[in-house]
Design a binder for this molecule. Structure first.
Ligand SMILES: CC/C=C\C/C=C\C/C=C\C/C=C/C(=O)SCCNC(=O)CCNC(=O)[C@H](O)C(C)(C)COP(=O)(O)OP(=O)(O)OC[C@H]1O[C@@H](n2cnc3c(N)ncnc32)[C@H](O)[C@@H]1OP(=O)(O)O
Length: 281
C-alpha cells in the first residue's frame, strides 16, 4: 500500500516537472526537467500510420532529443488503442516513383536513428503495434505494454517479403528459431504471448505506469558513463545495422522493385479493401 502510494507521489512529481520541448503536429516531445528524459508521443491520427511526413517528423524529433543531451527517449502514442499501425499503406499503393524512393529512404533513416540512438530508448506500448509499429518498439532497448493489445510483423500474410533490417530488429530481441517461426507465420502476438516470448519486458495496467517503468529503465543507466554506454550499444547493434549503414542503396533498390511488382500491388489492393470493409460492416 505504502509502496504504491510512494509510486503515485513519484508519478505526480514526474508529471509536474515535465516541460514541453518541441512539438510538431505529428509528434509531441516533452522533457522532464529533473530527469532529462524525453517522452516522444506519436500523434498522427487516426492510427499513427507512417507516411513520409510522419517518418520525417519522428526522425527529426529523435535527432533533436539527442542533440539536446536528453538522458533518454520514451516512445509512446497519443491514441489510447493504437501505438502504431505501421507503414501508411497508401504510400506503397500505385506509388509515385520519386515519392516512394524518398519515403523508403526516410524509413531507413528513421530506423537507423532509433536503433542506434546514443541515448537509452524505451517503448511504452499503449496500443496495437503492428508491422513497422512493432519494429519501432523492438528497436528500443526496453518495452512495456498494456494488456489486450496486439504486436507483431504480419507482412508475409499479405504478400510482403520482410526486408533484412526488419528481420534484424526482431533478431536483436528474439532467438533465431522464434524469429523464423514468427515471421514465416506472420504471427501477431497478444500482450500475454509477447511477454512469454520476451518480445516485451513487462505488462502494466495503465499508460502512466508504462511511462513510469520506462523512466525507471532509463534511470537505471544513471551510474554509467553515457559515452561508454553509447559506444558499447553501437558495438553490439552495428552488426544488425551493417547492411543499411554500408549499402542502403541496395536495400532501397530491392524494396522499390518488389513494391512495384504486380504481385505486391494486387495483394496490397486486396488488403486495403479488407481494412476499409471492416469499417463499413
Ligand atoms: C526484399 C524485400 C523488399 C521489400 C518489401 C516491401 C515491403 C515490406 C516492408 C515492410 C513490411 C511492412 C511494413 C508495414 O508496416 S505495412 C503496414 C501494416 N499494417 C497493418 O496491416 C495495420 C492495419 N491496421 C489495422 O489492423 C487496424 O487499423 C488497427 C488494429 C491498427 C487499428 O484498428 P482500429 O479499428 O482502431 O482502426 P481502423 O478503423 O482499422 O483504422 C482507421 C483508419 O485508418 C486506416 N488504416 C489503418 N491502418 C493503416 C495503414 N497501415 N495504412 C493506411 N491506412 C491505415 C483504416 O483503413 C481506417 O481508414 P478509414 O476506413 O478510411 O477510416
Amino acid at each position: 500500500m505504502l509502496r504504491s502510494r510512494t509510486k503515485l507521489i513519484e508519478l505526480g512529481k514526474r508529471q509536474l516537472c515535465r516541460s514541453m520541448c518541441k512539438s510538431s503536429e505529428l509528434t509531441l516531445v516533452e522533457v522532464d526537467d529533473k530527469t532529462g528524459i524525453a517522452t516522444l508521443t506519436m500523434n498522427k491520427p487516426p492510427v499513427n500510420s507512417c507516411n513520409l511526413e510522419f517518418l520525417r517528423a519522428l526522425k527529426s524529433a529523435m535527432k533533436e532529443i539527442e542533440s539536446n543531451k536528453c538522458s533518454g527517449i520514451i516512445l509512446t502514442s497519443s491514441n489510447d488503442k493504437v501505438f502504431s499501425s505501421g507503414l501508411d499503406l497508401n504510400e506503397l499503393r500505385q506509388p509515385n516513383p520519386e515519392r516512394l524512393a524518398t519515403f523508403w529512404k526516410e524509413l531507413q533513416e528513421m530506423w537507423v536513428t532509433l536503433y542506434l540512438s546514443n541515448v537509452p530508448t524505451a517503448a511504452a506500448i499503449n496500443g496495437h503495434a503492428l508491422a513497422v509499429g512493432c519494429v519501432m518498439a523492438a528497436a528500443c532497448e526496453y518495452r512495456v505494454m498494456l494488456p489486450d493489445f496486439t504486436i507483431g510483423i504480419h507482412a508475409t500474410k499479405f504478400g510482403y517479403v520482410v526486408p533484412p533490417f526488419i528481420v534484424n530488429t526482431y533478431l536483436s530481441v528474439l532467438p533465431h528459431p522464434v524469429v523464423e517461426r514468427a515471421l514465416l507465420q506472420g504471427k501477431i502476438f497478444s500482450t500475454q504471448e509477447a511477454l512469454q516470448i520476451n518480445l516485451i519486458d513487462e505488462v502494466v495496467n495503465s499508460k502512466d505506469e508504462a511511462l513510469c517503468k520506462c523512466a525507471d529503465f532509463i534511470g537505471s543507466f544513471e551510474q554509467t558513463n553515457p559515452v561508454a554506454r553509447a559506444l558499447t550499444k553501437r558495438q553490439l547493434r552495428a552488426p544488425f545495422a551493417k547492411q543499411l549503414l554500408e549499402d542502403p542503396e541496395t536495400e532501397l533498390r530491392e524494396s522499390l522493385e518488389y513494391i512495384n511488382t504486380p504481385l505486391f500491388q494486387e495483394s496490397l489492393d486486396q488488403y486495403l479493401l479488407q481494412l476499409k470493409k471492416k469499417n463499413k460492416k
